[in-house]
Ligand binder design. Structure first.
Ligand code: DTR
Length: 336
């Protein structure tokens, strides 16, 4: 009787261990490998959020998924990102939508001068706009998350204290921000963020217009000793995945990714807002950068120059059959 009991127990233990092993084995054997492309260098915020997403996906799928990350344009560059993901050159890619204003009309409305105050607000507003309108521009991919940077400011080698100082100043901007600089009288020079490092060193541009974390992340504070606080417009980003690849994933992996969508937007927004604070403190302390605030009277002059931009966008979006006013109103209420 005792012998039988021992035998039954041993058999049970054996079956249990086997079950545990078998349930783990396919996970290890059939590891899903995904390539994630990004255009700026590793220390910058789009890549930091990529590494965080990788860690979370690998953890939450118990290692079933392995994400291989390619920062610095090593797999796909800024402009070829969307098409590269659609074509399957990368499984996942991070795109800066503002670099292609005509392609991502709906989501780029978040980069209009509508007073979005920080990256957290921008990121959540953008994702809501995407979910509400599901723009056609994303029909060939699956959106994994979206986020924005913080509002843009002028970083320059010469002080900019008034609109008069902006006159003819060569400043780097990209996408929709170019028309903002033009409205302020500057001379916008278009190029993606990574190209700006050399342009500043060579003197092709006298500064740039973007969120302030780049002062530290790209060490622009070494060249730009002045920052004029305009706090104008965010840039929308999207992380997209090749549709066929996504469809081939097991349900549990899809679930992990979809559960991360909003969480990642929020995480990135918060991370960006923190980086801005650190970058400002570092630029002041270590690089002796002067931060220039515009008086309310001067700021009103700057703002007045931008009124036409929203009207222009509405006109263009309407022509494309989009509910332009509703989109603008949604952005205003979502970002309150
Ligand atoms: N402001 C956009 C986007 C942007 C802001 N910070 C970074 C860092 C790395 C790449 C892009 C961006 C821009 O000026 O390009």
């Amino acid at each position: 009787m005792v012998k039988r009991l021992i035998f039954t127990f041993t058999l049970f233990l054996f079956s249990f261990v086997t079950c545990v092993l078998v349930s783990q084995t396919p996970v290890m054997a059939g590891k899903i490998k995904l390539n994630y492309a990004n255009f700026p260098p590793a220390p910058t915020f789009p890549c930091v959020q990529m590494e965080r997403w990788k860690v979370e996906v690998e953890k939450r799928t118990n290692g079933q998924v392995q994400v291989n990350t390619f920062p610095g344009g090593t797999l796909l560059g800024a402009k070829g990102m969307m098409d590269g993901v659609v074509a399957g050159q990368a499984d996942i890619g991070n795109i800066c939508m503002a670099y292609q204003p005509g392609r991502f009309i709906v989501t780029n409305a978040t980069s209009l001068p509508l007073g979005i105050k920080d990256a957290k607000t921008g990121s959540l507003t953008l994702l809501k706009i995407y979910e509400k309108y599901k723009p056609k521009a994303f029909k060939d991919v699956v959106v994994l998350t979206m986020f924005t940077n913080a509002p843009g400011n002028v970083m320059s080698k010469v002080p900019v204290r008034s609109l008069a100082d902006m006159k003819g100043l060569d400043l780097r901007a990209s996408g929709g921000a170019a028309q903002i600089l033009k409205a302020w009288g500057a001379n916008p020079v278009g190029m993606p963020m990574p190209a700006t490092v050399e342009a500043l060193q060579k003197g092709t541009v006298k500064g740039l217009f973007s969120s302030l974390e780049v002062m530290k992340d790209f060490k622009f504070a070494e060249n730009c000793k002045y920052v004029t606080m305009t706090e104008t417009v965010v840039y929308p980003f999207a992380v997209v995945m090749n549709k066929a690849k996504y469809n081939s994933l097991p349900a549990n992996v899809k679930k992990v990714m979809m559960n991360l969508k909003k969480e990642q937007a929020l995480w990135t927004g918060n991370y960006m807002d923190e980086q801005i604070k650190k970058s400002i403190a570092w630029s002041k302390k270590s690089e002796n950068v002067e931060f220039i605030s515009l008086s309310p009277k001067e700021k009103a002059k700057w703002n007045a120059k931008l009124d036409f931009i929203i009207a222009k966008w509405i006109k263009g979006a309407k022509k494309k059959g989009l509910p332009a006013e509703a989109i603008i109103n949604n952005i205003k209420t979502f970002s309150k």
